[in-house]
Structure formats: structure tokens, C-alpha cells
Ligand binder design. Structure first.
Ligand code: GLU
Length: 442
């Protein structure tokens, strides 16, 4: 059976490279096996969720080549959660609690003082019907906790191998807040069952949730999907990424002019057994993904690596794959120009700088005018090709005795206005004789 996976962001901010790691791992695992990819907006937190963020997530995924097969929004699926909550209540697995946050905090402090783990003591289970009625009469509204089975929940984690959590070490999780709103835990399981999710691939910050959610899957009679928890991306200093800061958001990387596959390669290969290198297509990247070879240590990366990967990727990119974008940038010169400059690019937009150098005007430097005049007089007749530069500079060398840097640098500076850049044997035919003569001051 082909896999069904889901990427389930909360639309409470712009997703960053760490979030996209999760999306990409899901995409790679499902697509190489002919499976489906669901984009599920976990937007039960109505106060913090925004349409603008949801739209941006779809744009970010599409930019990276991920178009979901199915989209779902938790805010539109409340009836399903209500039905599931009713079933859990009937089964005695969902119970009302009336403690305020301050009461709970006080209890936790006491527990800690006694050296006990700050686990909810299930006091609400001992409330009598009269006590509950009295609290309701006071205007208290209950929040609802899931009654854990207090057992060792085990699963075979796709990344971490055999995993287990003793749910006796956990507080019964709150599934429904006092205002009736659902926390993420229950809706996620209900949707995973309803949408036929077979594999849950997510960050390792969800390992504890997994034990709880496996108990909920079982309580609802759903089949438990396979789980895999990948390490989280952090910067070199070990700092985690935050949606709130907006740093390294996919939108900002796109706007900075990075190639989607540079971002995808870094997001997927960091913290795995594979060397971090630019991979040309998602399909090729998918072939490299092996969940069991993702490291358990944090996936540290240096944001500057994106530039390096981006540059390397462009240096290998074929003209056909960028020709439309080059035209949109106002860059001409066809394949010859692309091949001449691609190894000098960090970002695609840099091609425009070199195109401007070809077209001119270029900055004039303090060159030896006599030398340039001699060189100009030796310029061969057109047509020019990649041998022209070699033949010409040989002639200039023979005529003037200049060699090495003294020969090449004044010519480069006069022709391009710069002291560095693409190989002149490729650039010179694009500049052409007329412009070359003018720049040499002839
Ligand atoms: N909305 C959750 C998150 O963004 C989804 C976790 C999951 O994949 O189950 O962390």
C-alpha cells in the first residue's frame, strides 16, 4: 500500500528551514514510493492562526516543488473532534477537571519540594457529582484530560529504532481547554485516522506526544501509523529556529535569491549520514533519504552554507533550466553567456551584473593608455570564438613583452571595469570587437 503522510504546520508564523526539513522528509518518503502527501493546517488555535500564514505555507511548499495531494484545515473539522471526544467520554477516557492554572502550579511546586515528579495527581477523578455540580454553579468550566493507561508504550521509530515511553511518568494530557477549544493532541489523531495517514514523520520534540497519541489511536480504534522522529535543525551555536523570529524563513530565503534546491538540499541532508551537497532535483534528493541514517544529535548548520550550496548548484546548472528566469532578469547572451558566467555566480541574479559588464558601459580605471592602444591595435578581426583571447594576448605579449599579471590585468580591467570575473576567453566574444575597441580607448 503506498504511504500517506502529512505535513501539519500551525499557521501561526512563517515556516523556516527547520519546518521545511519535516515537510521535505515526508515528501521524499512518500513520493519515491508513489504515495500521497497531505498538507494539514493545525489551526485549532484561532487566536494565533492567520490566513496569511496558511497562504504563505502553500507558496513555500510550491516553491520547493511540493504540491499537496490533499489539503485539510482543522478549524473546518470540529464535528469530527466533537464526535471523538464524545466516544472517549463514553469509554471513561476523558474526564473533567476544574483546577485553575494557579492551583495546578501550587501542586507542582509542592510535588517538586517533596522530590516527586510534577505529574497531575488525577484529583479530579475523585470528585463527587455534587462537588462537580457545585463548581459548575460557581461558574467554573471544566477542561478535559485523557486518562492514560499507565503502561509502557512501545513503537519502532523510523529514525530512533525501538522506542518506548512509560505513560505512568506523564500527566494525563489536557485535550479540551475550559473554553471548549481543542489542543493539538486529539485533532491530530482524529485526522490521522480519518485521512488514512500511514506514516507520521515529525520532529523529535514530539516523541512524548507519540506515546500519548498511540494510546488515543487505540482508544479510538484506529490503526496506529508508523512513527519517525527526526532531529531538529539548529544553528552552529546550537540555537533552535523559531517561527516567531522569522529568521531563516523560507520566504526570506526565496527573496534573498536562493535556489529552492539549495535550501532543500541543506534542509534534508544536514544531520544525516550523507554529505551536505547540492542535489539538483527533489527526486534525486528523495533517493538519498534514509530515515534510519538520520543522526540522533541535533542537525547543526551554518546559515552561510546556503550560499555555498547555492553557488555550487548554479555552477552545475544547465542553460535550459534557467533560460526563462534569465530572460526575466533582462539577461541575454544565450547559452554562451550562461556557460561563461555560471561559475562566478552565488545567486542567479548575479548573472545580471555580468550581463551589464558585457553590455557596458564599464568603469574606467587608471590604466596604461599606451599599452591599451597597442593591445587594441592587435585585436583580431571578427568572428571571435573562445580561441580569440589566447591568440590576442599572445600577440600583445610578443609586441610589448608584458606577461603574466602585467599582461592580463590591465586588459581585464579595461574590458570589464573589474579586476576579477569570468574567464575572458569566454567573455571576450560576447563583448565583441566594437565594444572592446572602445573600452581599450581606441
Ligand atoms: N502542528 C504540529 C506542529 O507543528 C504538528 C505535529 C505533528 O506532525 O503531529 O508541531
Amino acid at each position: 500500500m503506498p504511504p500517506v503522510v502529512r505535513f501539519a504546520p500551525s499557521p501561526t508564523g512563517y515556516i523556516h528551514i527547520g519546518n521545511i526539513r519535516t515537510a521535505l522528509l515526508n515528501w521524499c518518503v512518500t513520493k519515491r514510493a508513489g504515495g500521497r502527501f497531505i498538507l494539514r493546517y493545525d489551526d485549532t488555535d484561532t487566536a494565533r492562526s492567520r490566513q496569511e500564514y496558511a497562504d504563505a505555507i502553500a507558496v513555500d511548499l510550491a516553491w520547493l516543488g511540493m504540491v499537496p495531494d490533499v489539503q485539510a484545515r482543522q478549524s473546518e473539522r470540529m464535528a469530527l473532534y466533537d464526535a471523538a471526544a464524545a466516544r472517549l467520554r463514553e469509554a471513561g477516557r476523558l474526564y473533567p477537571c476544574y483546577e485553575t492554572e494557579e492551583e495546578l502550579e501550587r501542586r507542582r511546586t509542592l510535588q517538586k519540594a517533596r522530590g516527586l515528579p510534577p505529574v497531575y495527581d488525577r484529583a479530579a477523578l475523585r470528585l463527587t457529582a455534587e462537588q462537580k455540580a457545585a463548581m459548575e454553579a460557581e461558574g467554573r468550566r471544566p477542561h478535559w484530560r485523557f486518562l492514560l493507561n499507565h503502561r509502557i508504550v512501545e513503537w519502532q521509530d523510523g529514525v530512533r529504532g525501538p522506542a518506548h515511553v512509560d505513560t505512568a511518568s506523564l500527566s494525563d494530557p489536557v485535550l479540551i481547554r475550559a473554553d471548549g477549544g481543542y489542543l493539538y493532541t486529539l485533532p491530530s489523531v482524529v485526522d490521522d485516522i480519518d485521512l488514512g495517514v500511514t506514516h507520521i514523520i515529525r520532529g523529535e520534540d514530539h516523541v512524548t506526544n507519540t506515546a500519548v497519541q498511540i494510546e488515543i489511536f487505540e482508544a479510538l480504534g484506529g490503526s496506529v501509523p508508523a512513527f519517525a522522529h527526526h532531529n531538529l535543525l539548529t544553528t552552529v551555536s546550537g540555537e533552535g529556529l523559531s517561527k516567531r523570529s522569522g529568521a531563516l524563513s523560507i520566504g526570506s530565503l526565496r527573496e534573498a535569491g536562493f535556489e529552492p534546491m539549495a535550501v532543500a538540499s541543506l534542509a534534508v541532508l544536514t544531520g544525516t549520514a550523507e554529505a551536505v551537497r547540492p542535489i539538483a532535483t527533489l527526486q534525486d534528493l528523495a533517493a538519498l533519504v534514509d530515515l534510519s541514517r538520520i543522526s540522533r544529535a541535533p542537525a547543526r548548520f551554518d546559515p552561510a552554507e546556503i550560499e555555498t550550496l547555492n553557488a555550487k548548484l548554479l555552477h552545475e546548472t544547465a542553460y535550459a533550466d534557467v533560460s526563462q528566469r534569465l530572460s526575466a532578469l533582462g539577461v541575454g547572451g544565450g547559452e554562451a553567456f550562461w556557460l561563461a558566467v555560471r561559475s562566478n555566480l552565488v545567486r542567479l541574479a548575479d548573472a545580471k551584473t555580468w550581463w551589464d559588464v558585457v553590455r557596458g558601459p564599464v568603469a574606467k580605471g587608471e590604466q596604461d593608455r599606451e599599452f591599451l592602444h597597442r593591445a587594441a591595435s592587435l585585436l583580431p578581426a571578427e568572428p571571435w570564438d573562445e580561441n580569440t583571447w589566447g591568440a590576442w594576448t599572445q600577440a600583445v605579449k610578443d609586441a610589448t613583452g608584458a606577461k603574466g599579471k602585467a599582461l592580463f590585468m590591465p586588459l581585464r580591467q579595461a574590458l570589464t571595469g573589474l579586476d576579477h570575473g569570468p574567464e575572458l576567453k569566454a567573455l571576450l566574444p560576447l563583448i565583441g570587437r566594437e565594444r572592446a575597441l572602445a573600452r581599450l580607448g581606441a
